[in-house]
Ligand binder design. Sequence first.
Ligand code: KIV
Length: 287
Amino acid sequence: MSENLIQRVIIPDILKKKEKKEKIVALTAYDFPTAKIVDQAGVDIILVGDSLGMVVLGHKDTIPVTMNDMIHHTKAVTRGVQRALVVGDMPYMSFQVSQKEAVKNASRFIKEAGARAVKIEGATPYRLETIKALKEAEIPVMGHVGLTPQSINQIGSFKVRGKNKEEAQKIIEEALKLEHAGVFSIILECIPLELAEVITHRIKIPTIGIGAGPFCDGQILVFHDLSGYSNGYLPKYVKKYVDANKILIDGISQYVKEVKSDQFPLDKHSYHSKEIEKLFYSKKQQK
Ligand code: KIV
């Protein structure tokens, strides 16, 4: 095998990381150049999240996102990735209608778009059966409990879940049931760190937190939040590592100024042709 060949992250690597107490690093990406950057930076899992509905397509929540949106963006991401495990997020109504449709839609992520796993929100009895059907079709599944944004019309807000005993108990049970149904990891979104710690100790598969504190087996953030690409509201759990919005606005404002003041393009940004120059001058001279 060539020394330069990059070893792809596979699901057993993700499971081993929990055993070895090595943190799993995940991040979202939605297009080719971003996926390349995220992959080169050493992230283990790239989630093509349905958050793309908000951060890329400008919707107010994830509900309008379609399978075709997800496949289009996942294809772009997998073209840019050499190492990370790419997970496609099953959008609202792609897995609720029937198990047959769920398997068909999930298989599009794998066959058409080149993802190597899918993610499903929630742990209702019907979804647990769907997860088993996907496993039967050799499609690895990542679970997602706590705040599940596709439930927005039922829950009414994106607030922290599991702050009281009943809700916490329900989330613990959901995590246990998801493990039993065969998911390879579980996203814990917006829950108290104490609850995330309990779940992380109670299950053998890795937990990956977003707004779930430091005791999860791994962490995930939305690319546009971490990079500051969007400059809107940021939840408390986000750390903005770059201010891409400011960097880009500064750079583009400079471009606007330079074009208006004839400082761009300069000769070094331009092409020359002796032949055209001669023709131009000879025509000019003939006049
Ligand atoms: O869609 C998404 O980006 C997600 C993450 C927030 C986990 O589900």
